[in-house]
Design a protein around this ligand. Structure first.
Ligand code: AMP
Ligand code: ZN
Length: 473
């Protein structure tokens, strides 16, 4: 079996990786906070995780991925309060939009999308366990905090200098800086605002709600067990979110929470992190309206290694648009009946094998998608030249098709496979028949008019000796 290696944030090294049970990778990925539609920066991270799950599957493992939906937190309650709504009213439409964007971007569905509000009893049980073990306490403000001084390895993931730890000082916000490493809130005493937004529950410590970090620990351990194979997110989650997840989980169980931690780098706009609070966000919906395909977006994201920062620009998107057009033309050529009839050469078959070997080696080496893409484009160049030679061997063409399918099972960047709806198919077929009749009657003006009509609806046709084919662009 080929090596498989991942960069582990815990050790700061690229290390061999395999699931503990040898067959199924139990993977937790921190999902969106659903108060606002996710932006392309968030989706860069979700695409990195899609690349991860598809690469793990290519390697032959089963994947059990859990992605939580944070549907109760400080930001959601603030939004609900501003709009005079309950948190459910705020989060419902955002969750629907998240899935629509996810499907558009061809991000495979995780095995579970738990919502934090469905796991309140598990969260309360986890807090109780931490209190029983003496690492959590209820403070005068009614909230329950984690005592970081009672957990000696606190700060291991983020390499926090232990001298920075301020024993006994407390922080109630979910987001805070390393400079403020303090006892953090597990369970927050309910305020009037929380009650009004439907974000308060009964607990042994009075009415309250979970802290963000606690949500992930409780859902991950409930759905995947106390030790995960892999935990992912973007780099901004290393501290405090993931540091606090480790502290809560390991202090409760005494076991390793996750063997490996992987973090994706940011998407930037003009050099600054794309973020809602900076106001420099691009949404998936916006890109769709600009008619940028999911294939082009995937190419743009995967053309930079996930651990490198990536700058969004019109030029980069345009380059990706052209790159996937090239891939699409190649897929069409390989897929056509004519190509199969003309056949390939032994060199074509060899190029296909080399492409698969190089792409797999790249992906299995810490998800090196840019190198896999380079292997794919080398293949396209070589294969097009070989196909021009019409070598006569059908099996060589089939081998080339299989190679493209295998590489694309991870990258999923062949454009235009969004199946046209049945109504469109029927209309196109009717128009093509009419055009054929017009041409046979040598009525070329009518034939040209029908072609223009088709183009007007995004349908491009191509005539060859084998007949007329069409595609939606
Ligand atoms: P949030 O909805 O804020 O909880 O974020 C969801 C995911 O997107 C988290 O893993 C974040 O770390 C990640 N994220 C936020 N902004 C960016 C960005 N500009 N680039 C990449 N990932 C991001
Ligand atoms: Zn999380």
């Amino acid at each position: 079996m080929p090596d498989f290696r991942l960069y582990n944030t815990l050790t700061r090294h690229i290390e061999p990786f395999a699931p503990a049970d040898g067959t199924t990778v139990r993977m937790y990925t921190c999902g969106p906070t659903v108060y606002n539609p996710a932006h392309l920066g968030n989706f860069r991270t979700f695409l990195f995780e899609d690349l991860m799950r598809r690469t793990l599957a290519l390697r032959g493992w089963r994947v059990h991925q859990v992605m939580n939906l944070t549907d109760v937190d400080d930001k959601i309650i603030k939004r609900a309060h501003e709009q005079g709504k309950s948190i459910v009213e705020v989060t419902g439409p955002v969750i629907a939009a998240f899935h629509a964007d996810r499907v558009f971007l061809r991000i495979q569905a995780a095995e579970a999308y738990p919502r934090a509000t469905d796991f309140i009893p598990q969260m309360i049980a986890l807090v109780q366990r931490l209190i029983d073990r003496g690492v959590a306490y209820q403070a005068e403000d009614g909230s329950v905090y984690f005592a970081i001084s009672k957990f000696p390895s606190y700060g291991r993931l983020s390499r926090l200098d232990t001298r920075e730890i301020k024993s006994g000082a407390r922080v109630i916000q979910d987001d805070y800086s390393k400079e403020n490493a303090q006892d953090f809130a597990l369970w927050k005493a309910a305020k009037q605002e929380d009650e009004a937004a439907g974000a308060a529950w009964d607990s042994p410590w009075g009415r309250g709600r979970p802290g963000w970090h606690l949500e992930c620990s409780a859902m991950a351990m409930d759905l995947l067990g106390e030790t995960l194979d892999l935990h992912c997110g973007a780099v901004d989650l290393i501290f405090p979110h993931h540091e606090d997840e480790i502290a809560q989980s390991e202090a409760a169980t005494g076991k390793t929470f996750s063997h490996v931690w992987c973090h994706g780098a940011f998407l930037l706009t003009e050099g600054a992190k794309m973020a809602k609070r900076v106001g420099n966000v691009s949404t998936v919906q916006g890109l769709r309206e600009e008619r940028i395909s999911s294939a082009a977006i995937r190419h743009f994201v995967f053309n930079t290694h996930y651990r490198k920062e990536l700058n969004l620009s019109d030029e980069a998107l345009e380059a990706s648009r052209q790159a996937v057009r090239r891939i699409g033309d190649f897929a069409d050529r390989l897929g056509s009946e004519t190509t199969l009839t003309l056949g390939g050469t032994p060199e074509l078959a060899r190029a296909a094998d080399v492409a698969v070997e190089l792409a797999e080696a790249a992906l299995f080496d810490d998800l090196n998608a840019p190198e896999a893409l380079a292997a794919l484009f080398d293949f396209i160049r070589a294969a097009n030249a070989e196909l021009d030679r019409r070598g006569g061997d059908r099996s060589a063409v089939e081998r080339a098709r299989a190679a493209l399918t295998r590489i694309d099972s991870v990258l999923d960047i062949v454009p235009g496979r969004e199946a046209p709806d049945d109504g469109l198919v029927a209309w196109v077929e009717e128009r093509l028949a009419a055009r054929k009749a017009a041409r046979q009657a040598r009525n070329f003006a009518d034939a040209d008019r029908i072609r223009a009509e088709l183009v007007g609806r995004g349908v491009v046709i191509e005539d060859s000796s084998a007949g007329t084919t069409w595609k939606v662009v």
